[in-house]
Ligand binder design. Sequence first.
Ligand SMILES: *[C@@H]1O[C@H](CO)[C@@H](O)[C@H](O)[C@H]1NC(C)=O
Ligand SMILES: *[C@@H]1O[C@H](CO)[C@@H](O)[C@H](O)[C@H]1NC(C)=O
Ligand SMILES: *[C@@H]1O[C@H](CO)[C@@H](O)[C@H](O)[C@H]1NC(C)=O
Ligand SMILES: *[C@@H]1O[C@H](CO)[C@@H](O)[C@H](O)[C@H]1NC(C)=O
Length: 302
Amino acid sequence: MSAQSVNWPPPSSSAAPPPPPLPLLLLLCLAGWHGALGLAPVPLRNVSVDVGDNVTVVCSNEGRAQIFGTSNKITWIREGREDGQSKRLTVEPSGLLKLINVSRFDTGDYYCTLDDDAVRDRISVQVRTPPPALHNVWVKPSTILANILWEVAGTGGYPIIDFTAEYRLKPSPGDEADDWKPIIPTHIPPNSRQIDVYHLEPNTTYSFRVWATNQLGRGDIVEVEGHTHHSVEELELARHLLAGVENFDTRVWVAAVGIVMGTLMVLGFGTCYLLYRECKAPCVSFRCFLLNLSAAGGAGSD
Ligand SMILES: *[C@@H]1O[C@H](CO)[C@@H](O)[C@H](O)[C@H]1NC(C)=O
Ligand SMILES: *[C@@H]1O[C@H](CO)[C@@H](O)[C@H](O)[C@H]1NC(C)=O
Ligand SMILES: *[C@@H]1O[C@H](CO)[C@@H](O)[C@H](O)[C@H]1NC(C)=O
Ligand SMILES: *[C@@H]1O[C@H](CO)[C@@H](O)[C@H](O)[C@H]1NC(C)=O
């Protein structure tokens, strides 16, 4: 019996494990330090709320939705804001954290302590908003058309439904600005990252604005300027191209397709007829063809 206990653990595994590498040690140190502060062991929970709504969060004890007794002092702290706690953070007598009429600035991590002791719960509050302003909005002007391009910086928490773009003449100083004109289509699909504007005047400065919309509403608007080119040749070319775009008539298409299909059908019928005649004249020619083939094969193998 005693020999058995001496042999445990077995000799093969009795060799000391290699010391952990230095970075791991550092990490362990950090974790220990965080543990002492009570930050590491408590997992972060996500709570999402629409901008303008109220949210109430329970300080739950390690996942158990337990509301501590009123005899306990529950403190809620916003991480990174330990110095100046936001006035918007209110704690109800029962210890619930309540955020009223949340704004995007309430997005952040909060934690609660019980009797100023260890951290009991951590939540990450995500405030969903209309989409933020689009990134890198710019205009590629030509003579009488312009191409507006943009990038998406974020959705605000809900998928983007569509984009909207508008334009107007840039008012000269002292003049009253025109109304914004919509750029067609008015609902630009959410996967688009550019739109063309037609019917501009050459050598003219325009303002363009564009924004994204999600289910919470229209996002921040970005406004840019563009000055159309002046070039006679380019102007003519653009007018020509545009005329094609504008006056494009589906009937022309249908006629063209009809002519092509008609030609193909006539050719097809002709071929059928020829084949039919060929077959009626008994298959002499076909046999000749086969004979020729085998003759050629025989010659090849010789
Ligand atoms: C919380 O949200 C973040 C992204 O905002 C995500 O990476 C993480 O997995 C979420 N955690 C849980 C527990 O859902
Ligand atoms: C949020 O709470 C405030 C005060 O308690 C109340 O007046 C308001 O109606 C609430 N808003 C919503 C959207 O419930
Ligand atoms: C909510 O906050 C916004 C600004 O963040 C303010 O304009 C609005 O009046 C507030 N609404 C209520 C009901 O307090
Ligand atoms: C473009 O417009 C400016 C004033 O808006 C004018 O001075 C200039 O001559 C114009 N250029 C051409 C090539 O027409």
